[in-house]
Design a protein around this ligand. Structure first.
Ligand SMILES: Nc1nc2c(ncn2[C@@H]2O[C@H](COP(=O)(O)OP(=O)(O)OP(=O)(O)O)[C@@H](O)[C@H]2O)c(=O)[nH]1
Ligand SMILES: [Mg+2]
Length: 696
């Protein structure tokens, strides 16, 4: 394959709602540029991209797939991301390593929820993007409606560069609004348009849209604005330069047309990627960390090598691929590199360019390029690879916080280790879920982006690692504390009959502390009534009791223990005796000091369409939530509230049904509050029952 430098490399990601045609587009690009001998289809399982068993079964992309094609002396690398919302972690990874995005909009359905969500991620990363109105051959396709929806949202930043000829079954070609040329495409043909006469019936429409295009382009640049005023129009070159510059600044969004599945409009899209999308060389310096110091990394092939692993993919019978983006220098086959994230060295012996399942061997990757390393020792997603002696770290990929958790229990006793290993392996491929043992609730939790994401993790665990788990809602991480002070609570531990004796007598005061203070132990012994070495044992005993709880088995927090008095026996007093006395006296004091249960309260930020605001607030109130503010956005509102965690365990489902999937939220721990009395009674009762069952 020809060698490309960063100036002739484009890196893009494809994003949209599920099923709009991203993978079909990837197939069309590879077929049109003669990379693939046939046009693969996701609908019948012949796609080289959606090749995994679960992707064929679910008829959707589950793991991001890289691809590339060569067009007009340019290498176009693209990342086909999943549209399913729970799998948006891959979009977060993709936007880190590309210079622009293609946002697909369905010609029949318009801007759908998943497209809105993907756009938020793309915009959040300040990533230039162009829109592709896809599926113009579909029944109900409406280019004008889709374009109007985009204009409503992005105003004059929307620059239509294509106009479809016909729609639905009558869709046959595209007018290029820049050159005023028209092209016709065969259905499922080569993807290369045949030049035709511009249809006379489109004259008015062409005039209107070309005017909109010129105005959008002129608005982004003063020189172009002056040229537009002087001449009354912009030349083809001025339009092209203006589009490229506006896109690079992320202030102009070209809109294109296609039917990906029928391979129509593909050549024009390829032209647009070459002409308008920012080259890899245009990427601004990124700030890496060298120790505590920031160090800029520029896209230069002569600089030392730095690369980011943005995805680990495990392929059955082949091994593990690490997808890498080289940010500077050259990553060469057989040259040892450092993994600075894990402090190990790696020697890449298998370097490939991937197109889904298809592999092409490569000798090296230059700054700006994307490729895949097979069979590294211990490298995974988010790791930095660098030349030896280069100790810098690229910023890791910021995955969103998981929103849904379940507790897992092995179906077969003794499978714990296998489950742990399997989950660790799966997490290397998909860091957007987490799993962890939580000692305070004595449960192993899997947390993920949504219910289906959890299903997928468990399906993989079963099919690849042959282990199954049962699932339950997680216990809530309650806490116990006291509400008033008690003085001089005494306990004596005596065991002085037969064998070695034990003796310890202690007296403590117990006081509540402000929320969040934790625990304090104060030694107030005077006159040495307890020998100095035994006093920490009382503290240790109290701590042990605090860990396991008294009311309902939850950790005790926010208390101060003051050791005020006691007695030592010259022979029988020993450390263990004072630990036992500490534990027991703490229990006695706690029970007298008005114990209560505390529950975790989370900060919730819920963003919903304007029209759902009332319903969502009503629902939050019914969940004992306290709304503390509203932040208005464009056609969306963000509701800020504090809500008990126990009340939002199924919130993702509830919000989805209230907002038809358009709402989304983030949550983070806020503080602990007392549980209302009646509720506390029920929780304590249930916990005692569970604890009893666990110990039986
Ligand atoms: N008629 C028509 N169907 C299309 C077009 N593009 C895609 N499809 C069909 O829509 C279905 C989904 O297409 P994909 O390419 O798998 O969609 P995707 O965006 O990759 O979907 P996810 O991977 O789930 O996000 C398939 O049956 C395609 O054949 C198009 O332009 N016209
Ligand atoms: Mg797909």
């Amino acid at each position: 394959m020809k060698k490309y430098d960063a100036q002739s490399i484009r890196n893009l990601c494809f994003v949209s709602h599920g099923g709009v045609g991203k993978t079909s587009l990837a197939e069309a690009l590879c077929f049109t540029t003669k990379g693939f001998p046939r046009l693969g289809k996701t609908a019948n399982g012949t796609s080289t991209f959606d090749h995994r068993a679960d992707e064929k079964e679910r008829r959707m992309t589950i793991s991001m797939h890289p691809g590339f094609c060569e067009w007009k002396e340019t290498k176009i690398n693209f990342l086909d991301t999943p549209g399913f919302l729970d799998l948006a972690g891959d979009i977060h990874a993709a936007v880190r390593v590309v210079e622009s995005a293609v946002v697909l909009v369905d010609a029949a359905s318009g801007i759908q929820v998943g497209t809105e969500c993907a756009l938020r991620i793309v915009s959040g990363a300040n990533l230039p993007h162009l829109f592709l109105i896809n599926g113009l051959d579909k029944d109900g396709a409406d280019f004008e409606a889709a374009l109007s929806a985009l204009k409503e949202q992005f105003k004059t930043a929307i620059a239509p560069v294509h106009l479809p000829i016909g729609k639905g079954a009558g869709f046959k070609g595209i007018v290029d609004l820049i050159t005023l040329e028209a092209f016709e495409y065969a259905r499922e043909g080569s993807g290369i348009g045949q030049k035709i006469e511009v249809p006379a019936g489109l004259a008015d429409s062409i005039k209107t849209h070309r005017l909109a295009l010129m105005e959008s382009v002129a608005e982004t640049d003063e020189t172009l604005m002056n040229a537009y005023f002087d001449k009354g129009e912009l030349s083809v070159d001025e339009l092209r330069q203006g589009l490229a510059a506006g896109l690079a600044r992320n202030s102009l969004y070209p809109v294109l047309c296609a039917s990906a599945a029928l391979n129509m409009g593909t050549d024009l899209l390829l032209d647009a990627m070459v002409q308008f999308s920012p080259p890899a060389a245009s990427r601004k310096e990124i700030q890496a960390l060298e120790g505590q110091a920031q160090k800029p990394v520029a896209c230069s092939p002569a600089a030392p090598m730095t690369a980011l692993v943005f995805k680990t993919i495990s392929e059955e019978h082949i091994g593990e691929f690490n997808l890498v983006r080289v940010f500077s220098g050259r990553l060469a086959l057989g040259t040892e590199v450092q993994n600075n994230t894990r402090n190990i060295s790696e020697k890449p012996m298998n370097l490939y360019l991937l197109r889904g399942h298809d592999r092409t061997e490569a000798g090296e990757l230059v700054a700006g390029d994307i490729g895949a390393l097979l069979k590294l020792k211990g490298t995974h997603t988010s790791d930095t690879l660098a030349d030896r002696g280069q100790n810098l770290l690229l910023p890791p990929i910021a995955f969103p916080e998981p929103l849904v958790s379940i507790a897992i229990h092995p179906k077969t006793k003794g499978d714990e280790d296998k489950i742990g290993l399997g989950l660790a392996k799966l997490r290397e491929e998909d860091p957007s879920f987490t799993f962890k043992y939580h000692p305070d609730i004595r449960q192993e939790l899997i947390s993920a982006m949504g219910d289906v994401h959890i299903d997928m993790v468990l399906d993989n665990l079963k099919s690849r690692f042959k282990v199954e788990v049962d699932r339950t809602p997680p216990r809530i991480s309650y806490r116990e504390t006291v509400t008033r002070s008690v003085q001089y609570v005494e306990y004596a531990h005596k065991k002085q009959t037969g064998g070695a004796g034990q003796y310890a007598k202690v007296a403590i005061d117990l006081e509540p502390l402000p929320r969040g203070s934790g625990y304090e132990f104060v030694d107030k012994i005077v006159g040495g009534v307890i020998d100095q070495p035994f006093r920490p044992a009382v503290d240790k005993g109290a701590r042990a009791k605090m860990e396991t709880g008294i009311l309902a088995g939850y950790p005790i927090v926010d208390v101060r223990v003051l050791l005020v008095d006691g007695k030592t026996h010259p022979v029988d007093s020993k450390d263990i005796a004072f630990q036992i006395a500490g534990r027991e006296v703490f229990k006695l004091a706690f029970e007298k000091a008005g114990p209560i249960l505390l529950e975790p309260i989370v900060d919730l930020r819920v963003t919903v369409p304007d029209k759902n605001t009332g319903d969502v607030m009503g629902d939050l109130s019914s969940r004992r939530g306290k709304i503390s503010g509203m932040e208005p956005g464009v056609s969306y509102q963000t509701i800020v509230a504090k809500v008990p965690e126990a009340e939002i365990q199924n919130y993702s489902q509830a919000l989805r049904s209230i907002t038809q999937g358009r709402g989304f939220y983030t949550k983070s721990f806020s503080h602990y509050d007392p549980v209302p009395h009646e509720l506390a009674r029920k929780i304590i009762e249930a916990s005692k029952k569970e604890l009893k069952e666990e110990t039986e």
